[in-house]
Design a protein around this ligand. Sequence first.
Ligand code: 4AD
Ligand code: MG
Length: 463
Amino acid sequence: MRRTRIAEIIAAENIGARYTVMGWVRTRRDSKGGFSFIEINDGSSLAGLQIIADQELANYKSEVLKLQTGCSIKATGTLAASPGKGQKVELKAEEIEVLGWADPDIYPLQKKRHSFEFLRSIAHLRPRTNTFGAVARVRNAMAHAIHTFFQEKGFIYLHSPIITGSDCEGAGEMFKVTTFDLNHAPEKEGDIDFTKDFFGGPANLTVSGQLEAEIYALAMGDVYTFGPTFRAENSNTSRHLAEFWMVEPEMAFCDLEENAALAIEFLKQIFTSVLDNCKEDMEFFNRFIDSTLLKTLETLVSHDFEILTYTEGVDILKKAKQKFEFPVEWGCDLQSEHERYLCENVFKGPVVLIDYPKEIKAFYMKMNQDEKTVRAMDVLVPKIGEIIGGSQREDDHDALYERIKEAGLNTDDYWWYLELRKFGSVPHSGFGLGFERLIQFVTGLSNIRDVIPFPRTPGNLSF
Ligand code: 4AD
Ligand code: MG
């Protein structure tokens, strides 16, 4: 008999139906009446299924009474309405088979609540907890909602490369990819000779799929990427990972205003979908992680986002009574304390900041007429700060050439990117959403290491 998922059984409430379920024991309670309650979870929903195991079962004494948290079992029986509190249905077992034991003396996950820090050290077991199960389901639902949003709008999903020869952000924060024996790399006049390396030149893990997305936008119109990106920045914060996932739409014939409008519509639609489709998990986060969560998301989907320029934002920050760790001056890169102040204290919601000073933004952003600011946009949200970074792209060949030089990059490395501006150049724009920051915002989890299955951060690569 095939197993039925617990989520399906609970949703159907088909009293009297026969089912086989398989899952991991969360708790076992023995009643004086000669039977036991076994709560199992199979990952399909936050709620588990209560199984009633009677002493008449052949292996009741020999096995059932030895079941502990973490054991895996297969149970077959009939669904009944549950008289107890906390669940509507329960399974009256006719047969219970133990699939795998878990020695309680050494099984690290016990009934008590463990700290997130401890759970990070057991990344192979933490998905069996309520919180990490809920994160996995919400992450999955968000990924689905993202694809749905773009597919319904006719965007083409582009698979941008993970190994690349160019630095998209021009920030030099890349992991190298090589097959050289690092102790004996071939040298040419004291320098490593990359012509002898696997790709015949230096190669890196991508920091962003944007440049390749631009290539396809300038042929297909509207495209998006959704894949892993890598940054070798030594930022040990609750918002930075060395490996994270990014969603990057890129649109031809699109200016900054339309780009910002799309970003806002996008966020609202995926927040609506998580509220609609992940009710149980979202209520769990609202109860145990952040009690303002549901209200924040509900307000956000029905309200306008504030759009203002960097210059206006800096003016507000300079007048603020609050003491910041990093002082604010026009031209400085905003820290998350500044971004959060604007969202949490001033506008009480998300903010889109546009037109940043060119010195603090990447080389590819379109210059404004003031020649001081570029057509950048960051979407900032309460508690996190920046969740989206994007811009209208410089589509003028000569202006872009100058900006690449100014940024201290080699124009030869970007020959193909420059060529796109020589042949049928059009105004185009796009943005990048940090998928883990989005999940943080939606779940209320304060540390980004808890919203990705296997976090990679400086000094940390458990397996
Ligand atoms: O602002 P960023 O660096 O923009 C880009 O990479 C552009 N190429 C995107 C584009 O226009 N297509 O990164 C985009 C987003 C940030 O807003 C942030 O949410 C997330 O990616 N991000 C990180 N998330 C986790 N860990 C890190 N180290 C991150 N760096 C950026
Ligand atoms: Mg950014």
